[in-house]
Write a protein that binds this ligand. Structure first.
Ligand SMILES: C[S@@+](CC[C@H](N)C(=O)[O-])C[C@H]1O[C@@H](n2cnc3c(N)ncnc32)[C@H](O)[C@@H]1O
Length: 264
């Protein structure tokens, strides 16, 4: 039914309907908790902002996050993952986030101004879905952080909007900024036969990439598993553990697939 409606209603109209629904929910929903953006200004996807953030941070704790760590949130959006870390990280801990959407970073800079160990940066990187006017390609971007400076680097729903040469560069940057023994936790869509797929990666984009939307491939991208494993091997992030998500099949600890790998 959802897919049928998607095919029948033009994208521009769907966007307007979505905005009107979010605006209505803002009106009837009452005041929002601190550091939660209004629904009508949210660009990072659906779902409950607080529940999704809390859920992901709980998973990071399962994967070894502790309060004194220095963490990097690549593609931090509007602080969905930063918000629960404010009360979790200690004064010795540190959070850094960067994103390509300037309005999201400005919103975070305003709403986290009172948290001295949190910092947010804008990176003017080109992306057809999120930042058409950017002036740097993700494949050439050098993260603005020192070598060996983070215990944990995570990305949620970011590589799912980037092309193969971009994710290759980002993995090597992640390896560079991680401390020896540091950990990466990254969500992906790994292409596989799906039982009841929520997303249909019907269109090949290149030899290792598929998209759900030919007209705007960065809407959602899935990669070939062997390609992804090769990338990890080449980048020096060792023993990648794949946790399958439930976008394709029932079960799984999260919606997207998740890969945990460490810097040796
Ligand atoms: C679906 S949102 C997820 C945001 C955030 N990680 C979260 O889960 O709340 C995807 C995010 O990836 C960001 N993004 C896309 N390409 C990027 C790139 N090359 N570098 C950093 N962020 C990027 C977008 O601007 C957007 O904020």
């Amino acid at each position: 039914m959802k897919r049928f409606l998607k095919q029948m209603i033009p994208l521009a109209l769907r966007v307007k309907i979505k905005w009107a629904k979010a605006a209505w929910e803002d009106i009837i929903g009452g005041p929002l908790p601190p550091r939660v953006p209004p629904r009508r200004h949210t660009f990072i996807g659906g779902g409950d902002f607080v529940a999704v953030g809390d859920g992901f941070i709980a998973q990071l704790k399962d994967f070894g996050l502790t309060p004194d760590m220095a963490v990097l949130d690549v593609g931090c959006g509007q602080g969905r993952m930063a918000r629960p870390l404010v009360s979790y990280l200690s004064a010795k801990g540190r959070y850094a986030g960067f994103d390509i959407v300037k309005s999201g970073i400005e919103w975070c800079q305003t709403h986290y101004g009172d948290v001295s160990n949190f910092s947010f940066r804008h990176a003017n990187i080109i992306n057809a879905r999120y930042n058409r006017g950017g002036d740097v390609a993700a494949k050439d971007y050098v993260f603005p952080y020192d070598d060996n400076s983070f215990d944990l680097v995570f990305l949620t729903s970011v590589f799912t909007h980037m092309f193969q040469e971009d994710v290759a560069n980002y993995l090597s940057e992640i390896q560079r900024v991680l401390k020896p023994g540091g950990r990466s936790v990254i969500t992906w869509f790994i292409m596989r036969e799906a039982e009841a797929p929520d997303l249909d990666f019907a269109h090949p984009y290149d030899a290792v990439t598929w998209t759900t939307l030919k007209s705007n491939p960065e809407a959602a991208l899935a990669f070939d598993k062997d390609f992804v494993l090769r990338l990890y091997e080449n980048s020096g992030l060792s023993s990648p553990q794949i946790h399958e998500g439930h976008w394709a099949r029932k079960g799984g600890r999260s919606y997207q697939d998740m890969i945990v790998a460490d810097k040796g």
